[in-house]
Design a protein around this ligand. Structure first.
Ligand code: HEC
Ligand code: HEC
Length: 355
């Protein structure tokens, strides 16, 4: 059921008597104008129309029926939060991993869409938050056992995954058996069930097409392997093997392989090229980028995100790199594979000596 099922024609430019409104209906949802405040107290009953805006599972809250609920925070007369929405939502499902390091807030479900996305309209939303459990060793959201929580209100017991003894002390001729409700798992099996998330260097090592990037990180001999294995978050634009081959080609006969960066000066040059591919302090997903967004690199010069023909990255040269595989998640950041080695001003000058 939508507003126009009953108010037909209101979504057309002439649907409202005021023509200015008609210019907005294509991109502004009916609710945005017609529901400026929600959870309004109607004053016609003693009941309040307040709505739940936060739920804290760490604070049990007994209800009249004896069932224990997480403590809700209620509020009324609220202004919506406005978001562009294309009708789909992003959502974390149970056992999904959140980015590492774990952010202070995790949007478990949020509207997808943007002002640039033709399918999107501006909608009003109720913004609701909760404290809920996360397994900080695997970065997974975990379910509370609500049957335990509703009867005990105990947050820890409800997230407890320990085995319980269901039948104790079954005597045998050569010992005693306790029946438990769970198969006990050694670490080795847990690692298979929840493989540890590789870091950026391990991620690069696992991708065949990034073997020259790994070789370059080692060849530069500037501690980059250690840095990119360490605490992030980092955003790394990872050139493919073909991209490195193209750079070597462009550099001419003196550079047939990465091993030809063998003097101290050449290794330092290679390190400056590589750090031009790294943004420190943020794991930026391709969907978080905005057109012409400036990305300050560890090398010191900027890159720019260019959106429109997929995701492209603008360096100091005249040719943008294409992101061919976006959003490879690593434990300490995010990797976007690009089809070109990004060129610092120094490399542009080397490749175009006449300028
Ligand atoms: C099931 C049919 C139905 C749907 C769906 C519906 N409405 Fe209505 N709406 C009505 C009726 C009936 C009235 C009262 C008309 C009257 O009093 O003349 C009304 C009245 C209104 C009014 C005028 C209120 C006033 O003060 O005069 C607005 C504005 C409105 N609706 C907006 C919306 C919006 C926005 C939506 C979608 C979120 C919506 N309606 C969905 C049936 C509907
Ligand atoms: C940009 C804000 C805006 C949007 C978007 C908008 N409206 Fe309205 N609407 C208004 C305003 C302001 C009025 C009162 C002035 C008017 O009728 O021109 C109104 C009036 C109405 C009325 C009552 C008009 C009457 O017959 O007296 C209805 C019903 C209504 N809108 C439904 C809708 C529906 C359905 C949509 C979505 C398809 C919608 N509106 C989108 C601002 C908006």
């Amino acid at each position: 059921m939508s507003c126009t099922d009953c108010h037909s024609g209101k979504d057309t430019t002439g649907g409202h008597s005021n023509r200015t409104i008609g210019r907005h209906v294509a991109r502004v949802a009916c609710q945005t104008c017609h529901i400026p405040i929600f959870a309004k107290n109607a004053d016609n009953t003693i009941a309040t129309e307040e709505t739940e805006i936060h739920r804290d599972w760490q604070q049990p809250h007994p209800t009249a029926s004896g069932v224990i609920h997480p403590k809700p925070t209620m509020a009324g007369n609220l202004y919506p939060t406005y978001k562009w929405w294309n009708g789909t939502s992003s959502s974390y499902l149970l056992y999904d991993r959140v980015a590492s390091p774990i952010p202070t807030t995790i949007p478990t479900s949020a509207p997808n869409g943007s002002v640039n996305n033709d399918g999107s309209k501006l909608y009003p939303f109720k913004y609701k938050t909760a404290f809920q459990p996360l397994n900080s060793s695997t970065n997974e959201l975990i379910a509370l056992d609500t049957s335990v929580y509703f009867s005990t209100g105990n947050f820890v017991d409800a997230t407890e995954t320990n085995a319980a003894v269901t039948t104790a002390d079954v005597k045998a001729s050569n010992g005693v058996v306790h029946i438990i409700n769970k198969v006990l798992l050694p670490q080795e099996v847990l690692d298979i069930l929840n493989p540890p998330v590789p870091n950026i260097v391990e991620t690069a090592q696992s991708v065949e097409d990034l073997s020259l990037l790994v070789a370059a990180l080692i060849q530069a001999d500037a501690g980059l392997v250690g840095v990119l294995s360490g605490d992030g978050p980092f955003t790394v634009f990872a050139p493919s093997n073909a991209a490195f081959a193209a750079l070597l080609d462009a550099l001419g006969n003196d550079y047939n392989s990465l091993a030809d960066f063998d003097t101290d000066e050449e290794k330092a040059l290679l390190a400056r090229v590589l750090t031009y591919h790294v943004v420190a302090g943020a794991a930026v997903a391709s969907t978080d980028l905005t057109n012409h967004q400036e990305l300050m690199t560890v090398q010191g010069e900027s890159l720019f995100a260019i959106l429109g023909h997929g995701v492209q990255i603008r360096d100091k040269s005249a040719v943008d790199a294409n992101v061919t595989t976006a959003d490879v998640m690593a434990s300490n950041g995010i990797v976007h594979i690009v089809d070109k080695v990004l060129q610092t001003q120094e490399i542009v000058d080397i490749l175009n000596p006449s300028h």
